[in-house]
Design a protein around this ligand. Sequence first.
Ligand code: MG
Length: 373
Amino acid sequence: MSDLTIDSVATTILDVPLVRPHKFATTSMTAQPLLLVEVRTRGGVVGFGEGVVPGGPWWGGESVETMQAIVEKYISPVLLGRRVDDVTGIMRDIERVVANARFAKASVDVALHDAWARSLGVPVHTLLGGAFRTSVDVTWALGAASAEEIIDEAQQKLDAKLNFSFKLKMGALDPGEDTDRVVRIARALEGKAGVRGDINARWDRLTALKFLPRLAEGGVEMIEQPTPADQFEVLAELNALLPVPVMADESVQTPHDALEIVQRRAADIIAIKTTKCGGLKKSAEIAAIAKAAGIACHGATSIEGPIGTAASIHFACSEPAIDFGSELFGPLLFDDELLQVPLRYENGQVHLPEGPGLGVELNMDAVKTWTRN
Ligand code: MG
């Protein structure tokens, strides 16, 4: 076996253009910034991880710029000279020098898994216990555009058999208008596709009490994170009130957050992003808590590029607790292909890439094209 000692850690920021602006509750992006983390061993094996947040620090306080500083100045010294198969020990020791910063830690956790698996000549899912499936359902997210535009785009996706459920990003418009818009979309797609609403924690309790029942009556099949992340009691109240499942996203970033959700029965589904949760190991801890409580899990996204998405596919295909599909569509929003062989999306699913490590190979010319100067 090659020498597993970590010899270097390098970071690169990319700005990859999107096929169309992606609108969130408080911001819109035309290019997605990605932090590529490269871990190289003395044996010459290279593993990649991706630091990525949805469009900037509005979601959780981190950005590619903060992640680059944290990884280079504070995390890299913990890694150098250690073996890539010492992931448990390394991630524990990182906790001693860096609090929170889970998106940054996830980029390192994934790069270590990729390099470790490549050193052994096995896929990352083997390190996670093996893949029990080779594909996972993918829902498609639609922004704050008009009902007509959204219905058009959804119909195209349905006709092409690319997706069979849709998540509407809400919270940017007036709540009444936003509710009417989404109910019109749900009615237009009734019987053809499921429609879900993600409010990204933008409504207060009274707004949620007023409009969420209208969304549920209007045919919206699931409500994601309507109210602020730390208000677990409000989420629990809404979950008890609504006839449709509530999904916690911003509220669950740590295993302890998952425990709070379980104890309060504050959600029926937990959105697990391998990025926001701090990597593959922490995501598995959250999945275990949810599974033990009979709470479903969704393979969620922070609009990762192909490296981050591949990591989440390996996780979803080796973790039965991810039993409420996924939204691992990130690379489809990018206007350039960063891989030598693209990830395979068909029939409403994304497929587990084959090969050692994450099973994907970067096209370094494309990486160079979008590297920030
Ligand atoms: Mg969300």
